[in-house]
Design a protein around this ligand. Structure first.
Ligand SMILES: *Cc1c(COP(=O)(O)O)cnc(C)c1O
Length: 442
């Protein structure tokens, strides 16, 4: 590194006028310590900060930059859209094309509405589910993150996990009462809850494959996947299943995680009733979306009684970025992603094994994360037992060597199609020292 003077200066200025100096908590490096680099530009798999340091990026803006940064096709689409007007507050063709692309990829989605963030998407999907069922209670799983929706912050992953917060202050007791949190993957707990309170439950919401406590793929039992089990259990009680694919959508596979564990030819069909998207669907601009069965989506205003709106929803720059990103995500792109992901997993596993650092790597399609503990992680309680101190040493050694990891042990690592073999070689060169650093403090 060539120094951190400019970032340090920017961080101290930021802390005067922005709470903790950041606009989203994990960015503050609170759990790993130190000063976050202030980034000034990015291209492909590389980031540049205000001090002239270069990093190989494994955050990818937490998912959206799946084609790498400043991809020519995406930038050109946005530039072209910008020249035609930044926002109309009226229907525009890009909204139709983006919705058509999603509907064509994701079988359970018959209709889609665009919003500005994943948080808005899950909040709105919950509202639809409650309206459709006339019920209040929502079931979520510990360690699953669905954005900062009041009702969904209890035992959430991501930043809530990073900072070991139980939920959030400022959420009313009434809201918290309507949310039931169960251990992820615990079918007995789901059955028991539905036996007791099934008639009160509007919906189960789950990440299609949890990735905000690290990646914890849903497990099969007796030949039935967990998501399918949730769908059947909810439906038997007149409740709905909301599958949150804000992170996994268009990343885990071409059809998201539903493309991994949804029905195949010959299988009995099952489907979530509502699904939520974000991150990749905006290609780096602020976009979220929720969609699903046409009868449920038909409850939305103006035709239906469920109010939901947005001044900038369906923004032409955002839809241009999303469309160009999805257009770049053909089968070859997913092969590249999958291969980069597998290569990196192997490099990390080899380095940590050589250094004697207990670890386990878990995947969901092309998505993966590294846990600093030996045994598989099945849920939030397991995830919390990892050696976060070892991760912190590893993180700083990687950063020092020019590799920018998520600044938390509870996050997925994000590769892009711009993570070429040469880029992976650069990561490989830093891994032995980082693995030794991780081992060092034990
Ligand atoms: C990131 C995320 C969200 C929230 O999206 P924002 O755009 O940050 O509001 C919701 N659900 C999941 C699964 C996510 O990973």
């Amino acid at each position: 590194m060539t120094g951190t003077t400019s970032s340090t200066d920017l961080f101290s200025r930021a802390q005067q006028v922005i709470p903790s100096g950041v606009n989203s908590p994990v960015r503050a490096f609170g759990s790993v310590g130190g000063t976050p680099p202030f980034l000034t530009s990015a291209k492909g798999a590389l980031l540049h900060d205000a001090d002239g340091n270069e990093y190989v990026d494994l955050v990818g803006s937490w998912g959206p930059m799946i084609l790498g940064h400043a991809d020519e096709r995406v930038v050109e689409a946005v530039r072209e859209a910008a020249g035609r007007g930044l926002s109309f507050g009226a229907p525009q063709p890009g909204e139709v094309s983006l919705a058509e692309e999603v509907v064509s990829r994701i079988a359970p989605v018959q209709q889609l509405r665009l919003v500005n963030s994943g948080t808005e998407a899950t909040m709105s999907a919950l509202r639809v589910a409650r309206a459709a069922t006339g019920r209040d209670v929502v079931v979520k799983f510990a360690g699953c993150y669905h954005g900062h929706v009041d009702a969904l912050l209890a035992e959430a992953g991501s930043g809530v996990a990073t900072f070991a917060m139980p939920g959030s202050a400022g959420v009313t007791a009434a809201t918290a009462r309507d949310t039931v949190v169960l251990p992820y993957g615990d079918r007995a707990a789901v059955r028991a809850l539905f036996a007791e309170r099934g008639a009160e439950i509007a919906a189960i919401i789950t990440e299609a494959a949890p990735a905000n406590m690290g990646v914890v793929p849903p497990r099969e039992e007796d030949g039935t996947g967990f998501n399918r089990f949730l769908s059947e259990t909810a439906h038997a009680a007149g409740a709905l299943l909301i599958s949150d694919e804000v992170l996994t959508g268009f990343r885990a596979s071409r059809e998201g995680y539903y493309g991994v564990d949804g029905p195949r030819g010959g299988d009995d069909a099952w489907a979530p009733d509502l699904m939520t998207f974000g991150k990749v669907i905006g290609g780096g601009l602020p976009v979220g979306a929720f969609g699903g069965r046409a009868d449920l989506m038909g409850l939305l205003a103006p035709a239906g009684p469920v109010y939901q709106a947005g001044t900038l929803s369906g923004n032409p720059l955002a839809t241009a970025a999303g469309l160009a990103t999805l257009a770049g995500l053909d089968d070859a792109a997913y092969e590249t992603l999958g291969s980069a992901s597998r290569t990196l997993q192997q490099l990390v596993a080899d380095a940590l094994t050589t250094a004697g650092v207990p670890h386990t790597i878990q995947t969901a399609g092309t998505l993966f994360s590294v846990f600093f503990r030996e045994e598989p992680v099945r849920g939030y309680e397991d995830a919390k037992t990892q050696d976060t101190a070892a991760f912190t040493r590893f993180f700083h050694a990687m950063l020092e060597g020019g590799v920018y990891l998520p600044p938390s042990a509870f996050e997925a690592w994000f590769v892009s199609t711009a993570h070429t073999p040469e880029i992976l070689d650069r990561i490989a060169a830093v891994l032995p020292a980082a693995a030794a650093a991780a081992a060092g403090g034990r």
